[in-house]
Write a protein that binds this ligand. Structure first.
Ligand code: ASP
Length: 321
């Protein structure tokens, strides 16, 4: 093989498929998701689309302001997820789905990619913003995961806002409950890179609709639903939690980047392919330390959006976008 051919061959081998977003290294970036599932044009009325778009744009703008003004990725992740928890549009905080016995049991986790510290709560029933409880677990205890009554009690002691268990209930979710809708997705998540080069990831959910009471999904499990490591990437997942737990989905993206030197978009695609092979459905968002974004799913759609240094929010819903 002559020299020119050799060079051409080498550059083809090194070329990795790049998404159109985040090609240029970014000083900071933020990506959110609002769950994967049957998000299709047919299921989306113009009013519903506007509602999701405006809410998600607001969320991105708030995250952007934090990062642009020198806030940390942990602050951006917590603040943006809190807004989505407060919105009845998503299956997290207010608007969470019901268990089979009509309760709301919430899971959340957060991870700091600069220290590899993490915190999570599972099955909480009275904490208005589970993501903040997850952060408190990380910062104020030597544990990673608190569950059930102990987690509710801890959040109260930590000074977080406590609400009546009925606060989370909405009319729409009641209807889904009575129709025995299964696998209602709508979990929220955020990954962020700050100007200090630190990555963070967080996820918050009401879990799967009509789940057994006491069931815990992937969202509060570090390595399954959430993972962040400055050396590789930050990841937040959504979908059928049981598959994400068994597949160590969030950590797998990071491991492929660390051990196989894959770029984030290839690692994400490989992991989604694995999820599909195992029969699971869902998706994930990921962000690497240079601000490269990957968002992938094997469902008809996923609520997702991102904002980069230029400050233009981008929102996407469907597969073909
Ligand atoms: N992963 C969540 C769970 O299994 C649900 C979802 O993302 O829609 O609890």
């Amino acid at each position: 093989m002559n020299r020119t051919l050799l060079c051409l061959f080498a550059s083809l081998c090194l070329a990795t498929p790049q998404h159109s977003w985040g090609k240029t290294p970014q000083k900071f970036a933020l990506v959110i998701h609002g769950g994967a599932g049957s998000v299709t044009r047919e299921n989306m009325s113009p009013e519903k689309e506007v509602l999701y778009r405006t809410t998600m744009e607001d969320v991105l703008q708030i995250g952007y302001a934090i990062l642009k003004n020198g806030g940390t990725s942990m602050d951006a992740v917590e603040s943006t997820i809190r807004i989505m928890e407060d919105s009845p549009l998503f299956n997290a905080g207010k608007g969470a789905v019901f268990t089979s016995v009509g309760t709301n049991e919430l899971d959340a986790s957060i991870m700091d990619g600069s220290t590899l510290q993490a915190g999570a709560v599972a099955g909480v029933k009275t904490v208005k913003n589970p993501i903040s409880a997850a952060r408190k677990v990380m910062e104020e205890t030597w544990h990673v995961l608190l569950a059930g009554q102990g987690a509710d009690h801890f959040a109260k002691e930590a000074g977080l806002e406590i609400v009546d268990p009925n606060y989370f209930s909405t009319k729409q979710r009641r209807q889904e409950q009575s129709e025995k809708v299964k696998e209602k997705h709508g979990t929220v998540g955020c990954v962020a890179l700050d100007t200090y080069g630190n990555l963070a990831a967080g996820t918050s959910t009401g879990g799967l609709s009509n789940k057994r009471w006491g069931r815990i999904g992937d969202s509060p499990i570090i390595g399954a639903g959430t993972y962040a490591n400055n050396k590789t990437c930050a990841v937040s997942c959504t979908g059928e939690g049981e598959y994400f737990i068994r597949g160590n989905i969030a950590y797998d993206v990071s491991a492929l980047m660390e051990y196989r030197r894959m770029p984030v978009n290839r690692a994400v695609q490989k992991v989604i392919d694995k999820l599909t092979d195992h029969g699971g459905t869902g998706g994930l968002i990921a962000l690497d330390h240079r601000g490269q974004i990957a968002m992938s799913f094997n469902t008809p759609g996923m609520y997702r959006g991102y904002i980069l240094e230029n400050g233009n929010p981008e929102i996407l819903f469907f597969t073909e976008e």
